[in-house]
Design a protein around this ligand. Structure first.
Ligand code: SAH
Length: 312
């Protein structure tokens, strides 16, 4: 089947790799290559869409025709002159190398939540602040917590809406340290940030040290490896913020409740809209009443210690 080996593209692209696209399903291609003794690095299966299914919108799984799966074969050392005769029908396609790092960078936008502005370092010179802005420079490649995720945005908004002057704040699962830093910049006098991930702690410490002189020189900031259970009480905290997935929040609910002052406020996200009720029930068990605001995908939960006459 040497007539299938006519190249498509490639001449204008000095750097890239050759792939072979076959309309045959992956198992048959794998078997044929094995029988023909053709070595390759990877096979991937591409499901073919029913005609018209993909036009102008994303396909849904039901629209994918799994009967007519096609296969892409790839080998790093295939070149213009060194491509095997394929034992299955298909077409050679040259995939030009892309600078993924550059493409990714171009997709990153600054984030603004009220006066909180988070800018990636490479846009620092281009993006100007407005008066009153609290400006953070965070490299999004480092750890979770750049403001690009809905859950982080919810927590930042909740912190912005809270009077943090002179308050004691705990940030559980600090990632880049963003929520701890926002709380400090908004007037908290003491902030305790923890994360179970030692890499996150190292990164957060660096980022905090970079921002402290300019944004919160007088705040007592601590950043340590650990979780809610590693923070001793008393003293308790006026505000506890925790942005983590629901199972983790429910698992540490008891310690989050312990950290919270009697009139304190618990701020949580990482709860998918669907699981909000479950989380609400788990925290009620710990004496915390949650009010949930659903988001696009993730909810914000604000919790307070239940009054004695609250329903339990
Ligand atoms: N606070 C940041 C990061 C949230 S991502 C923000 O809002 O954007 C969640 C973070 O929690 C991760 O850095 C992860 O390492 C940490 N984490 C996960 N489980 C944890 C636990 N049980 N205790 C403490 N931190 C945890």
């Amino acid at each position: 089947m040497s007539d299938t080996n006519t190249p498509v593209g490639g001449e204008d692209h000095p750097s890239g790799y050759w792939t072979f696209h076959s309309p045959i399903n992956i198992d048959e291609v794998a078997t044929a290559l094995l029988l023909a003794d053709i070595a390759y690095d990877a096979l991937s299966q591409a499901a073919t869409l029913r005609p018209g299914a993909s036009e102008g919108r994303e396909e849904t799984p039901e629209e994918t025709d799994f009967e007519s799966q096609s296969t892409v074969v790839y080998a790093q050392d295939w070149t213009e002159d060194n491509r095997p005769n394929m034992p299955v029908p298909g077409q050679w396609v040259f995939e030009p190398e892309r600078d993924w790092n550059e493409a990714w960078r171009r997709g990153i936008e600054p984030v603004r939540i009220g006066h909180v502005l988070i800018v990636p370092p490479w846009l620092d010179a281009q993006i100007s602040s407005q008066s009153g802005d609290i400006r953070f420079i965070i490299d999004p490649g480092q750890a979770f917590g750049t403001g690009h995720h809905e859950t982080t945005t919810h927590c930042i908004q909740a912190l912005v809406d809270t009077d943090l002057n002179g308050k004691r704040v705990a940030d559980i699962g600090t990632g880049t340290g963003i929520l701890a830093m926002v709380a400090a910049a908004l007037g908290a006098t003491e902030v305790m940030a923890v994360d179970i991930d030692s890499t996150a702690v190292r990164i957060a410490r660096d980022i905090i040290a970079d921002h402290q002189p300019r944004l919160f020189p007088n705040t007592r900031m601590m950043c340590a490896q650990g979780s809610a259970d590693s923070i001793p009480t008393p003293p308790t905290f006026d505000v506890v913020v925790a942005n983590m997935i629901s199972p983790v929040l429910m698992e540490i609910a008891n310690d989050l409740a312990r950290l919270l002052s009697p009139n304190g406020q618990l701020i949580m996200s990482g709860i998918s809209n669907q699981r909000a009720q479950e989380v609400e029930n788990a925290f009620a068990q710990e004496g915390i009443k949650l009010s949930i605001t659903p988001g696009v995908e993730w909810a914000l939960a604000i919790g307070h210690t239940m009054e004695r006459n609250d329903e339990r």
